[in-house]
Ligand binder design. Structure first.
Ligand code: NAD
Length: 567
């Protein structure tokens, strides 16, 4: 049986000074089926937000390499689009099986780079996996329409064809789910793809120094080699935290490996890393036909404008401020649990986090109970089994969140629970913020107008459901909104009048499953066709309509130049 050298256990401890770590891995690009290091000399450190260890370095891919990725996707397109849809579906079937096989490994790698708890990281993978499952039925989803005999002996039918090369630009907060919202649907439709993961959690790869190449390992693999410059002989395990040190293979790279293992041909999926320059290159590139973007409004509106100006389809899912309205007749226990889970889960770094509660009527006792429950949450590194919420992504994010909390206090909000000074034993340098609750918040405060994207719950008050709906509708964002009530009449009024794209009734995070679509609205979405579901298939396909006639045409009846009409 394989032996595990001590050195790895040693390097995995959080307290280990970073100077003793082997030099960090550079995240490779994936171009034409090969994982290749960028020639760029500029890279950004990817930092474990719980420990501040440098997990890896992400290169700012050169323009030449970007062009090579697009060219690989362009070359792969003709044969991929002609690959039978049943074959494309079978690759999706295999991909979903492989994601299930490696879900533990994917989750631990997400936690290492992104910080969320392992349980939450599983959810991240699982919600993406469901999109892959849906893409397994692409033949039915992509089906066209047929009307026989639209005119005498003439039939018309329409088919949904792939567009060509499509691109995806991802945020940091769901390193598995969001790439999986994009490329499985795109490639199952017959497109080829260039993915740009977030530079904050781009996904690393294991590199064998002896072989001089990147390697892939799966749970149960026996490996003898030279990872990180140290000889390693052992069995790969995903369920032991001691081995975190060499499991720095993040979600997007792993998913691409799995897709290739599932049978995706070289060049169908490519990955390039970088920041603004590479994003602008995607917007401007003549061979890219469509862009899927998920992230902040600043980047999203820029990409929507620049990509559209260059003639591309763009779907842009952006920021949010989701409200939960609580009526006095709501089931108290269930509602409080829902508010705590949806406000503080993933440390508030979800675009569908419920970040604002509007209590209708007296809220004092509910706020007290909310504080009690929020206080009981355990803030810890995501790898610790008792963690309810992990750190936020970066020092800068922590500073911004703390500044917005302070601005709320200075403009008159009351701090019911302050998580800013939390210290997590063993992870003193982590970017932790404990659950924070501000009340007496009003619509003119900066903390209300801005998306905080941290574990901060704002409480507001309204005298009636009417007034509460008004508050929500005046907010510029429209990603999601929920109501907590036992009245069907109130719920119906709410879902009819509320201006948000994803509505929950006693459901705090109403993110639709992939047979529907992710339907944010107002400032939370730009574009016409939403992510996944039927709209997602429509986004990645264009309609061609064919009119055919197979009959002997009458000979000597002459030529008519009049507009043909159906007879
Ligand atoms: P971000 O906008 O900073 O980054 C997203 C991507 O855009 C990254 O790949 C980044 O490299 C690129 N980018 C950033 N600034 C850019 C610029 N000026 N020019 C060109 N490219 C740029 O977002 P983030 O911080 O990674 O993610 C958090 C945001 O994403 C939040 O606003 C959250 O609400 C939003 N989000 C929305 C959804 C949704 O479905 N609506 C889902 C997840 C996250």
């Amino acid at each position: 049986k394989a032996v595990r050298p001590q050195i790895f256990a040693k390097f995995s401890t959080a307290a280990e000074p970073s100077s003793k770590q082997p030099s960090p891995l550079r995240v490779p690009n994936l171009i034409g089926g090969a994982f290749v290091d960028s020639r760029s000399s500029t890279s950004i450190d990817v930092i474990n937000p719980a420990t501040q260890e440098v997990v890896s370095q992400v290169p700012l891919t050169t323009n030449e390499e970007f062009k090579a990725a697009v060219s690989a996707a362009k070359q792969a397109f003709p044969s991929w689009r002609n690959t039978p849809i049943t074959t494309r579906q079978r690759i999706m079937f295999k991909l979903q099986e492989l994601i299930r096989r490696d879900i533990d490994k994917l989750a631990i790698n997400i936690t290492t780079e992104q910080g969320k708890t392992l349980k939450d990281a599983h959810g991240d993978v699982f919600r993406g996996l469901e999109v892959v499952e849906h893409a397994c039925g692409m033949a039915t989803l992509q089906m066209g329409e047929y009307v026989p005999n639209v005119s005498n002996g003439i039939d018309t039918y329409s088919i949904r064809e792939p567009l060509g090369v499509c691109a995806g630009i991802c945020p940091f907060n769901f390193p598995a789910m969001i790439p999986l919202w994009m490329f499985p649907v795109a490639v199952a439709c017959g497109n080829t793809f260039v993915l740009k993961p977030s530079e904050k959690d781009p996904g690393t790869h294991m590199y064998d120094y002896r072989l001089g190449k990147h390697i892939t390992m799966h749970a149960g693999d026996i490996y003898s080699g030279n990872i990180y410059g140290f000889h390693f002989l052992g069995e790969w395990t995903t369920n032991h935290s001691d081995y975190l040190c060499f499991s720095h293979e993040g979600a997007s790279i792993m998913l691409a490996e799995l897709a290739m293992e599932a049978g995706l041909p070289n060049g169908v999926l490519n990955i390039v890393h970088g920041t603004n320059d590479i994003v602008n290159a995607i917007c401007d590139d003549e061979d890219i036909r469509a862009i899927s973007f998920v992230g902040s409004n600043t980047a999203g509106m820029h990409i929507y404008a620049r990509g559209s100006a260059a003639g591309k389809r763009v779907q842009s899912n952006m920021g949010a401020k989701n409200h939960g309205i609580v009526l006095p007749d709501a089931s108290i226990d269930a509602t409080l649990n829902a508010l705590v889970a949806a406000g503080f889960g993933a440390a508030g770094q979800r675009c569908m986090a419920l970040s604002t509660v509007v209590f209708v009527g007296d809220s004092k006792s509910l706020e007290d109970k909310l504080v009690e429950r929020a206080k009981a949450l355990k803030v810890n590194a995501g790898t610790e089994p008792d963690a309810d919420l992990g750190p936020v992504i970066s020092k800068q994010a922590k500073e911004r969140i703390c500044r917005l909390i302070q601005s709320g206090v200075e403009s008159g909000a009351r701090l019911l629970l302050d998580g800013r000074n939390i210290v997590v034993p063993g992870y003193e340098h982590g970017n932790f913020i404990g659950p924070t609750i501000l009340t007496d918040v009003t619509a003119d405060m900066e903390c209300y107008k801005e998306e905080i994207f941290g574990p901060v719950l704002l409480c507001m008050r309204a005298d009636s459901l009417e007034e509460a709906i008004n508050i929500v509708n005046k907010n510029k964002y429209g990603n999601g909104a929920s109501i907590f009530t036992s009245s069907g009449i109130a719920a119906r009024k709410f879902h009819t009048e509320i201006e948000a794209g994803q509505v929950g009734i006693n459901v705090p995070i109403p993110v639709p499953l992939p047979f529907f679509s992710f339907t944010g609205s107002k400032a939370s979405f730009a574009g016409d066709l939403n992510f996944y579901g039927k709209a997602g298939v429509n986004f990645y396909t264009q309609i061609k309509t064919i009119t055919q006639q197979w009959k002997d045409l009458p000979g000597g009846s002459g030529v008519s130049l009049a507009m043909p009409t159906s007879q």
